[in-house]
Design a protein around this ligand. Structure first.
Ligand code: ZN
Length: 138
């Protein structure tokens, strides 16, 4: 069995953003040389997500409003976590959008359903953060 590991780095200038990372994961898969197996992609920070959905700007706007309703950033003082920091909402947004995805690898390709793309979800940006890509198979 082959094993491949790579870290992808992101530095988002805004507090929140959704970034399509499908191309970067496909590049990792090409580098791995793996034809059949599984690809794990996970955020390495507790205020960021990796998730799969549609690359549609209206949907991303809707996600942002929905997450702000569920866990508004302001007022910062509403959260007990925010003693000396201001990112309690980002922890909650990450929780609901998820830590990782696993995608089947078939014939050297990411074996997606219709319209599926992989996204990095940033909820407390303006600093360098990592995503882990681990691919196993043969
Ligand atoms: Zn925190």
């Amino acid at each position: 069995m082959k094993s491949y590991r790579k870290q992808l780095w992101f530095e988002v200038r805004t507090r929140r953003a959704f970034i399509n990372i499908t191309g970067q994961v496909q590049q990792c898969l090409r580098e791995s040389g793996i034809q059949e197996g599984l690809a794990l992609v996970n955020a390495m920070h507790i205020t960021a997500s990796v998730f799969i959905n549609d690359d549609e700007s209206g949907l991303h706007h809707d996600y942002d409003l929905w997450l702000e309703k569920l866990a508004p950033h302001e007022p910062v003082s509403a959260y007990r976590h925010n003693v000396g920091e201001d990112n309690a909402d980002a922890h909650m947004k990450r929780q609901i959008m998820g830590r990782e995805v696993v995608v089947a690898v078939t014939g050297g390709q990411l074996d997606f359903g219709t319209w599926e793309q992989i996204f990095y979800g940033e909820f407390d940006g303006r600093r360098r953060k990592r995503v882990l890509v681990k691919i196993i198979g043969e």
